[in-house]
Unconditional design. Structure first.
Ligand code: UD1
Length: 416
């Protein structure tokens, strides 16, 4: 059941209700280690990255249950501070588990994350930030051993506003005595969500959403319930699919401001967009227009997690588009697969030149990473003829039942 079979060429029409953002829920699950009491997360998506993170929680001694999109966690019995390589390897960004383990147990041991499908995942900023909080770190034989016996508030100056490093340091600081200040912090909405969750449990975090975050250490966190933000990348993916196929789609649950960089570019391709308090409607007719230049940037710039889906849209647009990937070095692999569908894309270093063709043609293609895989699905939906996307498990890391969502919008897509 790892293939998606698509008969393309149908417009997409209807409504989509979004689950909570994977990139909010993953750090929130990690942050739950900071309390011994019950935590309940609502609208939680059923994704392989989420179940992988819950496996990590269980391996540490915690308990977790995900039923009907409600996630219950209790970490009272967490005793182990050691995360095995086999578990972290599955979720590329799971290094942020280090911060909460250190905060709670004052010691932690994880293996060094290697590279991944989209590029290297260095963690120097994470470790530098933890050192600034007084954590002693020993890196040896691929292992990172942390002694947080003297952890306390400190000042962290990030050289780059890394999302993962900001989250890691925030979580490590919650139970550390004194005040921590993170300068040049990432400003992504998921960081604001993590602050919201920690404060719901009695933490004292301020400033998320700006580049200066302050954490005043507390002795203990309580339990609590939390509804994370909707998934802005899933929203962007479904809106972009409609732009590629034509049609009329409303995406519910999204706060439009969080994806304005994407909707602004969609409008430039000629779509009509209407934003409401909690939903966005897109109407697309005719061939999309090329966009002269798109560059991925940190928030509020154009998200790297939407670059591939836009590549699929622009592959059959009217004119030439330039796409520059500034965040990860290996995020253009999907363009080779799009080439098999007739796309005309040249990649040099971090820049792709996309010469829009008349129409993409169905082909057998292979998903190599999560967002690149979603891009191939979009291309298949818009293309003439039949497309098979192999290795759909990559897509399942970030989209709950992608085929069910698209079928409800009128697409012809099956899993086989
Ligand atoms: C990134 C995205 C985030 C997205 C997530 C999942 C950005 C800025 N971040 O977060 O929006 O939701 O992927 O796909 O778009 N880096 C270092 N040293 C470090 C940490 C990072 O050099 O210690 C570099 C990375 O190589 C990369 C950049 O910083 O070039 C972005 O990294 P970071 O924001 O940390 O990545 P994620 O947290 O995975």
């Amino acid at each position: 059941m790892d293939n998606l079979m698509i008969r393309g060429g149908r417009p997409l029409t209807g409504e989509v209700w979004l689950p909570a953002a994977k990139n909010s829920v993953l750090p929130i699950i990690a942050a739950s280690i900071l309390t011994e009491e019950d935590v309940v997360i609502h609208n939680c998506p059923l994704l392989s990255d989420i179940t992988g993170m819950l496996d990590i929680i269980r391996s540490l001694g915690g308990r977790a249950e995900l039923k009907d999109n409600t996630l219950w966690i209790n970490n009272r019995d967490v005793r182990s501070a050691c995360v095995s390589n086999a578990l972290t390897g599955g979720i590329r960004s799971s290094i942020f588990i280090l911060g909460p383990i250190l905060g709670r147990l004052r010691t932690a041991e994880v293996s060094y994350p290697g590279g991944c499908e989209i590029g290297l995942r260095p963690i120097d900023l994470h470790l530098g930030g933890l050192r600034a909080l007084g954590v002693r770190i020993n890196e040896e034989g691929g292992m990172i051993r942390c002694d947080g016996g003297n952890i306390r508030g400190g000042i962290v100056n990030l050289d780059f506003p890394s999302v993962g490093a900001t989250e890691n340091i925030m979580m490590a600081a919650v139970l550390a005595e004194g005040r921590t200040v993170i300068r040049n912090a990432a400003r992504e909405p998921e960081i604001v969500d993590l602050q919201g969750f920690i404060n719901r449990l009695g933490g004292r975090v301020h400033g998320a959403g700006s580049s200066l975050i302050t954490i005043d250490g507390v002795k203990k966190l309580s339990g609590g319930e939390y509804l994370p933000l909707a998934d802005r990348i899933a929203a962007g993916t479904y809106l972009t699919a409609c732009a590629a196929c034509g049609g009329d789609v409303t995406v519910h649950g999204i706060y439009a401001e969080t994806i304005s960089a994407v909707t602004e570019k969609l409008a430039r391709t000629g779509c009509e967009l209407r934003e409401f308090d909690d939903r966005i409607r897109i109407r697309a007719t005719g061939k999309p227009k090329a966009v002269s230049k798109i560059e991925t940037q940190v928030y509020p710039g154009f998200p790297t997690d939407m670059q591939a889906q836009f590549g699929a849209l622009l592959a059959a647009a009217d004119g030439v588009s330039i796409v520059v990937e500034n965040i990860f070095e290996n995020r253009f692999k999907y363009t080779v697969q799009l080439g098999m569908m007739g796309a005309n894309i040249t990649v040099k270093d971090r820049t792709a030149v996309i010469r829009g063709v008349k129409r993409l043609k169905g082909a057998q293609v292979c998903a190599e990473d999560l967002r690149g895989g979603a891009a191939l699905v979009l291309a298949g939906l818009a293309a003439e003829g039949e497309t098979t996307v192999r290795n759909a498990r990559h897509i399942d890391r970030g989209y709950q039942n992608i085929e069910t969502v698209f079928r409800a919008l009128g697409a012809d897509i099956q899993r086989k």
